[in-house]
Design a protein around this ligand. Structure first.
Ligand code: SF4
Length: 702
């Protein structure tokens, strides 16, 4: 039998690398480089290299499941769809909510928000961008008029200085890390700010070892020093920005003098001076950030503060510059673009605007679209847990909130108040286990479509295989439910290309795109407003997307995290990912190669803290917060600041989110995953034994 090579896009991080799936006898047998891929030029990280291994897992869902007598049992599609349609019709619009997914395609996401608004008539539609980059969407839109990465990934090679804050780029976005290395080889200076001495820190020329939750203080301190020395870009400030004096008045306060900022952040004053000098004097400088910036109760403030620094130094609208949020999941940019947010239609047009509503009613051939914004997923979970939510029914495509939400004991309570949960996924996730109906979905290799990476590049997914058993593409399932609910004509598409044609009509940034144009491996970066428009690799080259075309400075004061250390809880917990695993591990823990590298989680702590607590490396310990506790092996390492501990969030048996706090940013409603307080206790010796196969992780460590 011949080998078939199908070019498609990686299902993991927001870098959006292209590769070929190698198919033999209807099975994916490997991943091979696709050298024409614009982002990664044929290179891949571990996750991409083994992205075929979970596809044929024996755990794949192959038939619908319906709960009977408390058990999920196999059912026909007809039985499942009839049950869902009947139940959905029985709830009022405000009693329903839909959760979309950044793991699925633009076509799937577009139809999910259309289903919520046009069929269920609810604005309660949200997805996991709420948990990772909603502060980016809100913060950058306020400053630049557009909530997306301003520059392109290849563009980083033009940078003379790259300032990475709150992003472990080399583990989370390795092929963006590669561009940082290439820039460094050309002479670029790399500055890295983070509480952990991560693999990214090891590549940096200057490491700013900061406490979690002190980002605004650090950024204000850098700006204080730049202004004090007259290093700001005055021409850029006067021609292209407004509100400079307001920002200056805040950052020039004594609070943000370098000696004070050094005390708040824990970063030596000399390092702060060097960083400020490098950023101000290296043109162009680029700033990269990720969830270390966004996942805070001050997430929007953090984003505005990063933007202030780049406006101050005139590093916007130029190759090698920019404010560059690195999106987490493969299609989190696309899911936002498609309007899977409770306040905007596709293209970020406000649902509260009557004209926008009328346009969508006309395009979708429906009436009575809901008038106001809906609930965010974090508000929904909070209200459900408190028993105060109107919502009783949730249709969830691919989200695994039983592991990803903060304060999981609260999320469990929220589930108790739901009457009807439908989950559509490729595996029986921790969330699907709570559902009344589970629908088997196709994975990335089994469907066509598009996804939009962190640099706004809309790339093709190409079908390499048939889905297993009776599994179907998400968009087909949504259309089937709509048909059962009497909306067949509005959801009658014969293929993904037809859905994309409608997306182009609904989304101004995508108006000039089509599957034909996206066949070019370089794809297109939005905005691409006309059919002959070449796409936009760099935003804001001449003016910003704000109403007056100016970038907007704002005075941002530093505020501490919602929880701070005290005598009972003396350690700050920060959470994140590791290079071998992804999200809640549903795919990577079923990939033999990835799982064999790292089989479980750990808590990282500094030797000073370990000595104080009498804890040795590899010993199992109990980590306790005000919300719950977990038992987990300790990894004692100099790579983390004293007083700070780190836990990767992929592992259900030691789930970091049992400990995290549900406190939200007041604007973006994003939870504070990156800072809560915990204590660590020793446990009984027999509980503390480490199984031999799990000890590989500690090789070469302290
Ligand atoms: Fe996939 Fe991201 Fe790795 Fe690229 S860097 S191969 S997109 S996980």
């Amino acid at each position: 039998m011949e080998l078939k090579y199908v070019s498609t896009t990686c299902p993991y991080c927001g870098t959006g690398c292209g590769f070929n799936i190698v198919v033999k006898d209807g099975r994916a047998i490997g991943i091979e480089p696709w050298h024409r891929a614009p982002v990664n030029a044929g290179k891949l990280c571990q996750k991409g290299r083994y992205a075929h291994e979970f596809i044929h897992s024996k755990d794949r869902l192959v038939k619908p499941l319906v709960r009977k007598n408390g058990q999920l049992v196999e059912a026909s599609w007809e039985e499942a769809l009839t049950l869902i349609a009947g139940k959905f019709k029985s709830f009022l619009p405000e009693e329903t909510a839909c959760l979309s997914s950044a793991k699925t395609s633009n076509e799937d996401n577009y139809l999910m928000q259309k289903f919520a608004r046009a069929v269920l008539k609810t604005s309660n539609i949200d997805h996991c961008a709420r948990l990772c980059h909603s502060s980016t969407v809100a913060g950058l839109a306020a400053v630049f008029g557009s909530g997306a990465m301003t520059n392109s990934i290849p563009d980083l090679e033009e940078s003379k200085c790259i300032f990475i804050i709150g992003s472990n780029t080399f583990e989370q976005h390795p092929l963006i890390g590669r561009r940082v290395v290439l820039a460094k080889k050309k002479g670029s200076k790399i500055i890295y700010a983070d509480p952990r001495f991560t693999p990214t820190a090891k590549q940096a020329d200057l490491y700013l070892s900061m406490y979690s939750g002190t980002d605004v203080a650090l950024l204000n301190g850098l700006m204080h020093h730049i202004i004090e020395n007259g290093w700001e870009d005055s021409a850029f400030i006067s021609e292209r920005t407004r509100n400079f004096e307001e920002m200056k008045a805040v950052v020039m306060q004594e609070t943000y003098s370098l000696p004070n900022v050094s005390k708040i952040t824990g970063v030596p004053e000399e390092d702060l001076k060097t960083a400020a000098e490098w950023i101000a004097h290296s043109k162009p400088s680029a700033l990269l950030y990720s969830m270390g910036i966004t996942q805070h109760t001050v997430g929007v403030d953090n984003v505005r503060s990063t933007s202030n620094l780049m406006l101050l130094t005139g590093n916007l609208g130029v190759p090698g510059g920019g404010v560059n949020p690195l999106r987490g999941q493969n299609n989190v940019q696309g899911a936002c673009d498609m309007g899977c947010l409770p306040d905007v239609y596709p293209g970020y047009r406000k649902v509260a605007d009557l004209e926008n509503r009328r346009k969508m009613e006309s395009l979708w051939d429906v009436s009575g679209l809901p008038e106001g914004p809906g609930l965010t997923v974090t508000e929904l979970m909070e209200q459900l847990a408190e028993g105060t939510s109107a919502v009783k029914c949730v249709y969830n495509m691919g989200e695994n909130f039983m592991l990803t939400d903060p304060d999981l004991n609260r999320t469990k309570k929220a589930m108790e108040h739901l009457e009807f949960l439908v989950v559509q996924d490729i595996f029986l996730s921790e969330t699907a286990e709570h559902a009344e109906v589970v629908l088997p979905a196709a994975c990335y290799a089994e469907k066509n479509g598009t996804q939009t990476n962190t640099e706004r590049r809309v790339q093709r997914l190409r079908k390499a295989l048939d889905p297993p058993g009776e599994a179907k593409a998400d968009w087909r399932i949504i259309c089937e439910i709509a048909r059962y609910m009497g909306y067949g004509p509005q959801f009658s598409y014969s293929n993904e290309s037809e859905i994309f044609e409608e997306i182009a009509k609904a989304t101004p940034q995508y108006a000039g795109m089509s599957y034909g144009r996206l066949e070019n491996p370089d794809a297109l970066q939005w905005p691409c407003p006309e059919k002959d428009h070449p796409g936009t690799p760099i935003l804001h080259t001449k003016k910003f997307a704000t109403p007056d075309g100016l970038g907007v400075f704002s005075g941002v004061e530093w505020k501490p995290p919602a929880e701070v250390q005290d005598a009972e809880y003396p350690l700050i917990l920060t959470t994140g990912r590791i290079i071998w695993h992804w999200h809640t591990g549903t795919m990577t823990r079923r990939s033999e190669t990835l799982d064999s590298e790292v089989r479980t989680g750990w808590v990282e702590l500094n030797p000073m803290d370990a000595r104080r607590l009498g804890i040795s490396n590899q010993e199992k310990v109990r980590v306790i917060s005000r919300r719950g506790e977990i038992v987990i092996p300790a990894l004692v390492t100099e790579d983390i600041k004293p007083g700070v501990v780190f836990i990767p969030f992929h592992f259900k048996e030691c789930a970091a989110n049992v400990l995290t706090i549900g406190a939200l940013d007041p604007v973006a409603k994003i939870p504070e995953y990156k800072a809560c307080v915990v204590k660590i206790e020793k446990i009984l010796p027999e509980e503390g034994k480490i199984e031999p196969e799990k000890s590989k992780l500690w090789e070469g460590k302290l």
